[in-house]
Ligand binder design. Structure first.
Ligand code: UDP
Ligand code: MG
Length: 316
């Protein structure tokens, strides 16, 4: 097998403080890997500038002039890390054998890319970078991230625990991903569904080299909501379930209300009022749940996702 052409894709948003050193480290890594015959000499780095307000794009331009292995894309609007990653992957799709996505602050150890490429050469199509420790993250970041993974699992979304956007994808994996036409893409959730041979590479999460997180609380919340709502209509099913549980509780409430009524402990009108409030409340919730089931079906239809993922074929 010839050494594969590797594309390293980095989303950048206001990263002037870390980008020059990150590019230097990644270029050094590419040179080393090409020298060892692990990747092709024309492997490259693709920076996707998510409409930064600082000199990020200028840095990409200057580095590109000095070293053609650094390439770039620049967004007209701040569209978020997920879209930057998708744009990078789709651009590199026909120009690489495999692509690694990594954050520009290199909090995930770039040396792990070597192990990722080795796994790719052994036949894995998707290699997940998983954080072996996240001591350098703040307590809030750690707890909220883990809580989010758990909640997603509870809602039936399949994900890889403690894996973020640091991963290798083969050219085939990117092509399969490109068949997902939905606008609200939550990459981590889709990529595990592609049905390809995967592997995991563990690496510790380090502190940001410079600058601060570009994920504001509102961006984190909106990513979490996307992670659930773009995958499952399960929350709507919960509405129906709540209504159903309330309907069962109705029986207990009804017994209590009737006993109170017949033992003359109630004011006039209370019994009928409380019975109708509980009964109608649970009926309304169940009704909403049924409407939700249909909305859930529409939601699955409009996504127009591929119906299945074929792992292997014995058909010429
Ligand atoms: N990023 C982006 N667009 C945004 C926010 C972030 O492209 O609107 C990029 C950012 O430049 C970085 C990556 O997404 O390369 C992850 O962001 P960050 O490191 O700030 O997140 P954290 O590690 O704190 O979760
Ligand atoms: Mg980071």
């Amino acid at each position: 097998m010839n050494p594969p052409r590797l594309a390293i894709i980095i989303p950048c948003y206001n990263e002037e403080e870390v980008l020059p050193s990150s590019l230097k480290i990644l270029l050094g890594l590419l040179t080393r890997m090409a020298g060892d015959g692990l990747v092709a000499a024309d492997s490259y780095i693709l920076c996707v500038d998510d409409c930064s307000k600082d000199s990020t794009w200028q840095i990409v331009n200057e580095t590109h002039k000095a070293d053609g292995r650094v390439k770039g894309l620049s967004f007209a609007h701040n569209s978020g890390q997920q879209n930057a990653l998708i744009a990078g992957l789709l651009t590199a799709m026909d120009h690489c054998d495999c692509a690694v996505t990594i954050d520009s602050d290199l909090q995930d150890d770039p040396e792990a890319i070597i192990r990722m490429v080795e796994k790719f050469r052994e036949g894995c199509e998707v290699v997940f970078g998983v954080r072996s420790s996240r001591d350098t993250d703040t307590w809030f970041k750690r707890t909220s991230a883990r809580g989010f993974y758990r909640f997603q699992e509870m809602m039936g979304v399949e994900t890889v625990y403690d894996h973020s956007e640091f991963r290798l994808m083969s050219n085939r994996a990117i092509h399969l991903l490109s068949e997902y036409g939905e606008t609200n893409m939550f990459l981590r959730g889709i990529i595990v569904r592609l049905g390809l041979k995967t592997a995991v590479v563990a690496c510790p999460r380090r502190a940001r080299m410079a600058g601060e997180t570009k994920y504001s609380l509102s961006k984190m919340i909106s990513l979490s909501i996307d992670g659930i709502t773009s995958f499952t209509a399960q929350p709507m099913r919960l509405i129906f379930l709540t209504g159903f549980v309330l309907l069962i509780l109705d029986v207990i409430v009804a017994i209590y209300a009737l006993i109170s009524y017949f033992s003359h402990h109630t004011t006039t009108g209370w019994t009928s009022l409380i019975l109708s409030v509980w009964f109608l409340g649970s009926l309304i919730l169940m009704g909403l749940g049924i409407v939700g089931e249909y909305i859930g079906k529409i939601y699955v239809e409009v996504k127009h996702r591929p119906r299945y993922a074929i792992r292997e074929k014995l058909f010429d």
